[in-house]
Each structure stands twice: as C-alpha cells, then as structure tokens.
Ligand binder design. Structure first.
Ligand code: NAD
Ligand code: IPM
Ligand code: MN
Length: 372
C-alpha cells in the first residue's frame, strides 16, 4: 500500500489532478498497485485566507508519505514569486529533490516539426542550485543602504550572502546570485551518468553557458568530465542558445541531457511544445533516498482555469512516472499505452484538436486501462 500526498494546488492544477486520480484508480483496480491519497490544501486559497505557504506541519505530514502528486500553483491575485517560492521551490529544497526528470518524446501526430523523425530525450534538470537559490537582494538609496546580507539553509550547506556596493552616486542595485557546490554538481553528474547507462545511452549532453558564465559552468564541466570518464560515457557540451536551436532541428540526436536549473526550466517548456504543447510535459522531482514529487511542468493556467478544457495528459503521465519510481513499471506502461491509444483516436482536449473536456480525457484513459 502506497501512501500518497495529493496537492492539487491552484487553477487547472485541481482539474488535471482529478483526471490523474481517475487514471490511478483504474490502475489500482486491475493491478497489485494499491494506494491511499491524502489531499493537502496548499496553495493560493489557503494563502489568501490564512497567510500560510508550506508550513512546518505540512512538511512533517508530507515527510511520512511515499510520494507527492502535485498539480500546479500560481494565482493572479497573489504577487508573482510568493507561491512559487513559498510552496513549490521550498518543497523541492526541503525534500532535497535534486533531479527534475522531464521526458520529451515524439507523440505523433502532435509534433509541430517539419521532419517526422522520432525522438526520445530525457532532460535531467538540476533542481536545487544555480539561479534558483533565492540568493538575491536590492541595495541602494531606495532600499536602505549599501549592504545586503541573507542566510540560506539547504540540505548541503548554509549559505551566507553579503553584498556591499559603494557607488559614487545614490544609484540602486538588484542582484541574484547563481551558486553551484561541488557536492551538488557531483551528485547531479553521478545521477546523470547512472541514468544514461541504465537507459542504454553511451553519451550525455551537458547544456550550459560556459562561454559567458565561466566560473559556475566551467566548474560544472570539470566535475562532469571526471564523472563521465569514471563511467566510460562520452560527454558532449552544448551552449544553451545552440541547444534551443538543435532541439528544433535535430531532436533525434539527443538522449540523456543534463541541464542546470534555470536553463532546464526554459528548455523543457520548449520540449513540451515539441510534444504537442504544455499539456503534454510531465516531470518527476526526484530525491533517490527521500520523498519525490510528480507533477505536470505547466502552471495553473489562469487563462483557461475553470473552463474544463485543460489537457490532463501531462498530469496523467506524471502519475506514470510516479508508478515507475515507486516500483510499478508494468502499471506505468499501462498508462503510457492507454494515453497512446487515446491520442491515436483523437480522444483529446481542444489544444490537441479534440473535442473532449478534461474530465472526459481522464475517463477515456481510465477506460482504456480497464479494458486492457
Ligand atoms: P502556464 O503553464 O500556466 O500557462 C502557459 C500557457 O499554456 C497558457 O496559455 C495556458 O493556457 C497553456 N496551458 C498550460 N497548461 C495547459 C494544459 N494542461 N492544457 C492546455 N493548455 C495549457 O504558465 P503561465 O501562464 O506563465 O503561469 C501561470 C501561473 O502558473 C503563474 O503563477 C506561474 O508562476 C505558475 N506556474 C506554476 C508552475 C508549477 O506549479 N509547476 C509551473 C509554471 C508556472
Ligand atoms: C516549473 C515552473 C517553476 C520553475 C516555477 C513555478 C517556480 O516553471 O516547474 O517549470 O521555474 O521551476
Ligand atoms: Mn517552468
């Protein structure tokens, strides 16, 4: 029996998670997979009524679970960053989910590229460091002084940031520090190498911007080079700008792709679009020794929330990733096959050209599973 935390969150998060749960229930009905799901009310509604984001009590309760199934957060009534940092990024940091696994595969006929060549990329996005530490501030006359200091506590270290700016005039400054640790990059590289070998790839592509951000990404290249050699893997370096282009013109030439946090965020929205749209991109925030969290990569989509037209396939494929991670690969495949069949039969939401609503797509996938 698996104990799952369900966090629907905001906007279409609730809608797509409902569809995903219908699919998980279908899997549970015809297989040895059993689960109980506890729903957590975390997100904009609670924040707006109580001011709470991710509380210590939430964290204690979530820690007892086998895995977390997450929808999306973000609400136009809340200033950008509050929910994103206070819930989602805090969750990834607190549970030290240091790999964000994001598959990008060719779901024909929804691939918007001219060449119909199949591709199967796996983005491993580092998920705890880089420009996502929240290590920043504002300094200057408008912000009370020449100095800014802050402390950030992470699993691997306590980070103290002190920035002093002594400008000749009363100008203002804003900064955001990118940060990589040897331990952080080493575990990332190690995971990527083991993942590539298990997948049968003989090469890893490391994406960065080592021609400009030389300190961080030069450091990262050295650590990856050593690891790749240790595991007998080839290592290709790609600058992120060139990678964005290559993903469009030759996606079939990539397999396991390691990418730092910020660039990984951007490239995987592009990756989602290569699969048919944001409603197709799923992800797993993985801590190999701890509590992992599975979610679609899209957000709360306020523009379509409440209309019942959100594509739930990303959330359904996130449930597939959850099953695989929890030791149910056969059950994961059931979901994959059922999604494939629904796509082939155009049992889809309007973004993919179909005329079903969110709930109907969930039911169609569940029905395929029950028929199998
Ligand atoms: P978004 O991903 O919510 O939406 C971008 C566009 O894609 C919108 O036009 C939306 O309608 C469409 N879209 C997204 N998911 C879809 C689906 N399943 N089916 C059909 N269309 C879909 O990104 P945004 O609009 O930039 O952000 C909205 C909010 O979500 C913000 O508050 C943002 O911070 C937050 N956000 C949260 C997450 C997360 O929880 N993981 C991820 C990204 C953005
Ligand atoms: C994602 C989202 C998040 C990110 C935001 C909402 C913090 O865009 O999961 O891709 O940047 O990681
Ligand atoms: Mn994103």
């Amino acid at each position: 029996m698996k104990h799952l935390a369900i966090i629907p969150g905001d906007g279409i998060g609730k809608e797509v998670i409902d569809a995903g749960l219908e699919v998980l229930d279908a899997v549970a009905e015809i297989s040895t997979f059993e689960y109980d799901g506890e729903i957590f009310n975390i997100g904009a509604d609670r924040y707006l009524s109580t001011g709470e984001l991710l509380t210590d009590e939430d964290i204690d309760n979530l820690r007892k679970k086998d895995a977390i199934y997450f929808g999306a957060i973000g609400d136009p009534k809340v200033k950008p960053g509050i929910l994103e940092q206070g819930v989602l990024l805090k969750m990834r940091a607190v549970f030290d989910q240091y790999i964000n696994m994001r598959p990008v595969t060719s779901w024909f006929p929804f691939v918007p590229l001219k060449r119909e060549v199949p591709f199967d990329m796996m983005f491993l996005r580092e998920n705890t460091e880089d420009f996502y530490m929240g290590a920043g501030g504002k300094i200057g006359s408008a912000y009370g002084g020449k100095q800014s200091s802050l402390k950030i506590k992470r699993e691997l270290y306590d980070l103290d940031v002190n920035v002093n700016v002594d400008a000749s005039n009363d100008d203002d400054f804003a900064f955001e520090i990118g940060f990589l640790s040897r331990k952080g990059v080493t575990r990332f590289a190690d995971y990527a190498c083991r993942f590539a070998l298990a997948r049968g790839d003989d090469k890893i592509t490391l994406v960065d911007k080592a021609n400009v951000i030389t300190n961080m990404y030069g450091f990262q290249r050295e650590i990856f080079a050593k690891k790749a050699e240790e595991y007998g893997l080839e290592l290709d370096f790609m600058f992120v700008d060139a990678m964005a282009m290559a993903m469009v013109v030759r996606p079939e030439t990539f397999g396991t792709i390691a990418v730092p946090n910020l660039f990984g965020d951007i490239l995987t929205d592009l990756g989602a679009q290569l699969q048919g749209g944001l409603g197709m991109g799923c992800s797993g925030n993985i801590n190999p020794e701890g509590v992992s969290m599975f979610e679609p990569i899209h957000g709360s989509a306020p523009d379509i929330a409440g209309k019942g037209i959100a594509n739930p396939i990303a959330a359904i494929l996130a449930a597939q990733m959850l099953l695989e991670d929890q030791g149910y690969p056969r059950e994961g495949k059931m979901i994959h096959k059922a999604v494939e069949e629904c796509l082939r039969e155009n049992k889809t939401t309007p973004d993919l050209g179909g005329n079903l609503d969110t709930k109907q797509v969930g039911s169609a996938v569940a029905a395929k599973i029950l028929e199998s």
